[in-house]
Design a protein around this ligand. Structure first.
Ligand SMILES: [Zn+2]
Length: 65
């Protein structure tokens, strides 16, 4: 799916102009969207969260033995 860096949005294939550029800004869109920073952030955040929950679970078990 083409992605316009300039407009920061996804462009439907049928939205592209005859030249294959973004209909809004005229920039040639990227073939694929770069991995957005927030995706990486969410990944790291969920790993930290799950690690924290696992730590909580372990301490709960230890305290209830
Ligand atoms: Zn654009």
């Amino acid at each position: 799916m083409p992605w316009c860096e300039q407009c920061d949005r996804r462009i439907e294939t049928d939205e592209l102009t005859a030249d294959g550029v973004c209909p809004q800004c005229g920039t040639e869109p990227l073939e694929h969207r770069r991995s957005p920073w927030y995706f990486k952030f969410m990944l790291v955040a969920s790993i930290i969260y799950l690690g924290y929950r696992a730590f909580q679970g372990v301490t709960w078990v230890v305290h209830h033995l």
